[in-house]
Design a protein around this ligand. Structure first.
Ligand SMILES: [Mg+2]
Length: 265
């Protein structure tokens, strides 16, 4: 069952108010912005941008935007200093003096690019499919394809990945099939890497995400406040919020909490 913002706040407020430091992770599509038919369209609205700016200025709170988008694409949609950006499902990370590219994924770039060419050729006759090579991972978007084509698209992607010589996997997402290097790295590992690098072992981690790829983080981060965005029934997250406007309300509340704490200190 979905919870309201007030219900989630009532559950988590004590832990947040008593935390000395918070490491906040926010997925982008479906969490900060609504999912749109064209994956190039989503932009942050000015109010959410203001709230992220407020969060990014707080010393006791570190914010990471974590997404399946390539890191340049992700940064171009936000462009705020003081944040950490984790693209390609956490396989590339930069910001706050961090810089990381997962080596095993980097080694498979060429193989992945060739696979994308092959899938593009196979699916050319199907309307509404977009094959996006993102360097370290790839996305086959079908938000604009008819429902009846979904099985055909999935079969084509599965077959191409199966014949690719190994090392690449296909994961279903929201109106997208993700092709990722099978290196065991995922968003949860990226969260651990960032927190360890910054010496944030004793911080409270908060993670909000809407997609299947966020479940890796939800299941790994047992002590964190994990919030699933959207109406999908099955999740490893502890709490739920319905949509990006509810996420924004929660972030506004969070920004005020930490600001009050700083002004009292
Ligand atoms: Mg998402």
């Amino acid at each position: 069952m979905l919870e309201t913002v007030l219900e989630v706040i009532a559950e988590v407020k004590d832990r947040i108010r008593h935390a000395d430091r918070i490491s906040l992770f926010l997925d982008f599509d479906g969490t900060l912005v609504p999912i749109e038919a064209d994956p190039q369209s989503p932009r942050l609205d000015p109010a959410t941008m203001d709230t992220l700016q407020t969060l990014s200025n707080q010393e006791s709170l570190l914010t990471t935007i974590i997404s399946g988008r390539a890191i340049e694409d992700l940064y171009a949609r936000i462009r705020l200093k003081g944040l950490i950006y984790a693209g390609n499902h956490g396989r590339e990370i930069f910001g706050r003096n961090l810089r990381f590219v997962e080596p095993a994924a980097f080694a498979r770039q060429k193989q992945l690019e060739l696979l994308c060419d092959e899938i593009r050729t196979k699916l050319r006759p199907v309307d509404g499919v977009l094959v996006e090579f993102k360097g370290l991972t790839a996305s086959v978007h079908y938000r604009r394809a008819t429902k009846s084509c979904r099985a055909e698209i999935e079969a084509a992607v599965r077959a191409a990945v199966a014949c690719s010589g190994g090392g690449l996997h296909m994961n279903p997402g929201r109106k997208v099939f993700e092709i990722v290097p099978g290196t065991g790295w995922h968003k949860g590992e990226a969260v651990r890497w960032i927190n360890n690098r910054l010496g944030e072992h004793h911080t409270l981690t908060i993670y909000l995400g809407d997609d299947i790829s966020d479940e890796y983080a939800f299941s790994l981060l047992q002590d964190a406040i994990t919030i699933k965005v959207g109406s999908t029934r099955v999740t490893c997250a502890k709490y739920r919020l319905p949509d990006p406007p509810a996420v924004h309300e929660f972030l506004l509340w969070l920004a005020i909490q930490k600001t009050l704490r700083q002004s009292r200190a």
